[in-house]
Design a protein around this ligand. Structure first.
Ligand SMILES: Nc1ncnc2c1ncn2[C@@H]1O[C@H](COP(=O)(O)OP(=O)(O)OP(=O)(O)O)[C@@H](O)[C@H]1O
Length: 257
């Protein structure tokens, strides 16, 4: 069943509207049940919850990589009508080892038939956003894990998407690299009109990054609570040690347990 439709252009800056989505896999697993969620344009929303609660399934359905069994997913007009307008970042950077960093970043443009000079210029601009312009001619094997993830983010940004779907992108990185990437991602997000939907196992990460945290439960996957994080951006290290940060983490952790 094709459940993706497009929102009226006048819908007050809503980027994604999910109405009563159910996902049952062919083997009978009920991965999602009765999911309702509305995400505004430019929001940073995280999905958290125990393993198997359907975070990745929901993200994939929003991104159009999978189909709901029933219910509706409506996207902002134009946001994913054209595949260039929505990008996905996975936990693995998935770079092609035989291509240079620049050629990896330029790949989505190449697939879409963008002329060579233009794609080089756009890939370079995207690498600049993640601070890796100096590594354009390097190969993935010459990069650290954090740098590979930056390249993966640059590749996702190169088509100037409106929606960015991220599935545990920093899960495999060490704590310091992860935090540096938090800062960089927030900086990129604040300079754009990107809407980001971010899946993580870390409640700390979700609270630090997000304007709202969607706490999910498993069997079947459902939304238990949506918690707003009112702290203004840009967020600093002081936020992480503040009482309000601790309260939000506690609230979400209690919701999940
Ligand atoms: N292709 C599939 N076929 C059958 N069942 C699946 C498939 N993909 C996921 N599932 C099941 O659907 C449920 C939700 O899986 P999903 O990967 O979305 O959860 P998750 O919250 O992202 O988990 P994790 O945090 O471990 O990545 C789980 O019970 C999982 O086993």
């Amino acid at each position: 069943m094709n459940t993706t439709a497009y929102l009226e252009t006048t819908a007050e800056a809503e980027a994604i509207r999910i109405h009563d989505v159910v996902k049952q896999y062919e083997n009978g697993t009920l991965a999602l049940s009765g999911i309702h969620l509305s995400i505004r344009e430019g929001e940073f929303v995280s999905l958290v919850g125990p393993s198997g609660c359907g975070k990745s399934t929901l993200l994939r359905i929003m991104a159009g990589l999978d189909q709901a069994t029933s219910g509706q997913v409506q996207l902002q007009a134009g946001s994913a009508a054209n595949k260039e307008q929505a990008s996905f970042v996975f936990q693995e950077a998935n770079l092609m080892p035989w291509r240079t960093v620049l050629a990896n970043v330029a790949l989505p443009l190449e697939i879409n038939g963008v002329p060579s000079e233009e794609r080089k210029a756009r890939a370079m601009a995207s690498l600049e956003k993640v601070g890796l312009a100096g590594y354009a001619n390097s190969y993935p094997r010459q990069l650290s894990g954090g740098m590979k993830m930056r390249v993966s983010i640059a590749r996702a940004l190169v088509s100037e998407p409106k929606l960015l779907f991220m599935d545990e992108p920093f899960g495999a990185l060490d704590e310091m690299t992860r935090h540096r990437l938090h800062e960089e991602l927030l900086s990129i997000w604040s300079q754009s009109k990107l809407t980001i939907v971010f899946v993580t196992h870390s409640v700390f990460e979700a609270v630090y990054l997000s304007g709202r945290v969607v706490a999910m439960e498993a069997h079947p996957g459902r939304i238990k609570q949506v918690v707003p994080i009112e702290e203004a951006y840009p967020r600093t290290n002081a936020f992480m040690t503040s009482p309000v940060f601790g309260e939000k983490v506690r609230l979400i952790t209690n919701t999940l347990s």
